[in-house]
Design a protein around this ligand. Structure first.
Ligand SMILES: [Zn+2]
Length: 81
């Protein structure tokens, strides 16, 4: 699967990538929500190159585990079940 169909699975909004904060506001998508001790929910955002890398890693893990790779869930923990 090419990058574009994978990226189209995610909603994009300007934001700060959790791995590239120095890049400033770029197109990002929420990969995880963190609940703080105060009860606030903070979005963890990733840019497109991070999503591509995360998806590639998931595909690799799926291959190793012999399970079907389903794109569009970059922020979810990988499980082989
Ligand atoms: Zn990034």
């Amino acid at each position: 699967m090419g990058h574009q169909p994978i990226l189209e699975l995610y909603p994009w909004e300007p934001g700060i990538c959790f791995q590239h904060p120095d890049a400033g506001a770029v197109q990002t998508t929420v990969v995880r929500e963190l609940r703080t001790r105060l009860g606030n929910v903070e979005d963890i955002r990733a840019c497109s190159s991070c999503i591509v890398a995360m998806e590639a890693r998931r595909e690799e893990l799926a291959l190793e585990a012999g399970v079907e790779y389903v794109p569009g869930h970059a922020g979810e923990p990988f499980t082989a079940d």
